[in-house]
Design a protein around this ligand. Structure first.
Ligand code: PGA
Ligand code: ZN
Length: 428
């Protein structure tokens, strides 16, 4: 069905910063809506999120330029285009922008149309979004893989006022029989964490992604609390529930070294890797994201050789969902997994390309939210459609996070026996 109009406006994200939403209307009257998220610990190679820089509005963070780029410029490019042909639509917008990193029109402007058009086409075809998007999944054979909900229950780094140097501590409920049970397990552990923190007289305030963020004494302390919480919830640590981290280490990388304030030391990449491995020998940590800074390729390669495929090593700032950077990672064997964020690259089809390239090379892919989110649940449908089997979208708290988990539970119930809970099998 052909696009008849696209209309964007400025709204707020979960941090109270402006972001962009867009409604695409098709010639049959079908409409799709999407809102674009925003990162805080962003990688320097990400596509450009266009901000106004007008200090008189929102401290310079307004997105009125991006909004007018949709309404006045991109609308002329996309109206009349076939919404079904996502690749063609995205290509036309990429060409209209003409830059390598979408800095002219803004990746936020372009993505708002890319996502809302997919939504509109799904409505037109009378399909749920996950079913419509499954046409891009070359592995799709009729049953849908429900992702492991990798919930970030402790927030540090930039998202949690540096409660820890490590940015995210996640629960991996790998022993659950279904997504809904996995969500329940995580939420129960989260409740126990809250009780434990209260008993320690720690703050129970939460960070940007809904995880607790008291000022811990070390980077290890959250693991102690989480381990106790898993046991007191009645689950077996290492069997029912494992752990994962996102170190987001670009954020504490200075002058070629890693500054671990909570440990009171500045370390080399070899020392950082030894420190993280010592944690993983004490706790069942099966996944580690952004262990090193975004240009520290050599350290990644070494870490992969040391861990020998036993741990999922995930590239986020390292790859920024960009197939060129991913290709380098594949050639150099830098990681065995990629984090997938639509707004790092700026179109739905380029995001899909990154997932398919990773899959071709036996790498896992984790679909991810951003620390600044909205009520949009696009990524929930997207992860089910592409069948990557893993999603991280924050804690089981704050509605912009639970909206995604709630959508996933609804999808699972709707699918019944056609939904299969993912297995985490690591590839070398
Ligand atoms: P961001 O954090 O959205 O602030 O970039 C998420 C992440 O680093 O994975
Ligand atoms: Zn990350």
């Amino acid at each position: 069905m052909k696009i008849s109009s696209v209309k964007a406006q400025e709204i707020l994200d979960s941090r109270g910063n402006p972001t962009i939403e867009c409604v695409t209307t098709l010639e049959d009257g079908s409409q799709g809506w999407a809102a674009v998220p925003s990162g805080a610990s962003t990688g320097k190679y990400e596509a450009v999120e266009l901000r106004d820089g007008d200090e008189k509005r929102y401290d310079g963070l307004g997105v009125l330029k991006a909004v007018s780029n949709v309404n006045d410029i991109l609308s002329k490019v996309v109206v009349g285009k076939n919404a079904e042909d996502q690749k063609e639509l995205d290509k036309a917008m990429i060409e209209a922008d003409g830059t390598e990193n979408k800095s002219k029109l803004g990746a936020n402007a372009i993505l708002s149309i890319s996502m809302s058009t997919a939504q509109a086409e799904a409505v037109s075809e009378k399909k749920p979004l996950y079913e419509y998007l499954a046409k891009f999944n070359s592995n799709f054979k009729g049953s849908f893989t429900m992702p492991i909900p990798e919930m970030n229950v402790m927030n540090g780094g930039k998202h949690g006022n540096w409660a820890t140097d490590i940015q995210e501590y996640m629960l991996f409920p790998i022993g659950a029989p279904s997504l809904a049970e996995a969500v329940r397990m995580n939420a129960e552990v989260y409740m126990q964490i809250k009780k434990l923190l209260k008993s320690k007289k720690y703050s129970i305030a939460v960070g940007d992604e809904g995880g607790f963020a008291p000022s811990f004494i070390s980077n290890e302390e959250p693991f102690q609390v989480m381990s106790q919480a898993v046991s007191s919830s009645g689950y077996v640590l290492g069997k029912d529930v494992c752990f994962g981290i996102d170190a987001a280490s670009t954020e504490f990388f200075k002058d070629g070294k890693y500054v671990l304030n909570k440990e009171g030391k500045t370390v080399t990449s070899d020392e950082l890797s030894a420190f993280l491995l010592s944690l993983s020998s004490k706790y069942p940590i099966i996944s580690m994201e952004d262990v090193f800074a975004e240009d520290d390729w050599i350290a990644y390669k070494k870490f992969m050789e040391t861990t020998q495929g036993k741990i999922q090593i995930v590239g986020d700032d390292l790859y920024v969902t960009n197939v060129k950077r991913l290709q380098k990672g594949i050639e150099e064997k830098s990681t065995n997994s990629i984090l997938i964020k639509l707004n790092q690259i700026g179109t739905v089809s380029e995001t899909i390309d990154a997932i398919l390239l990773a899959r071709k090379d036996n790498m896992t892919a984790i679909v991810s939210h951003r620390s600044g989110e909205t009520e949009d649940t696009f990524i929930a449908d997207f992860v089910v459609a592409l069948g990557t089997g893993q999603i991280k979208t924050g804690a089981p708290s704050r509605s912009e996070r639970t909206a995604k988990y709630n959508r996933l539970m609804r999808i699972e119930r709707e699918l019944g026996s056609k939904a299969v809970y993912a297995n985490l099998t690591l590839e070398k």
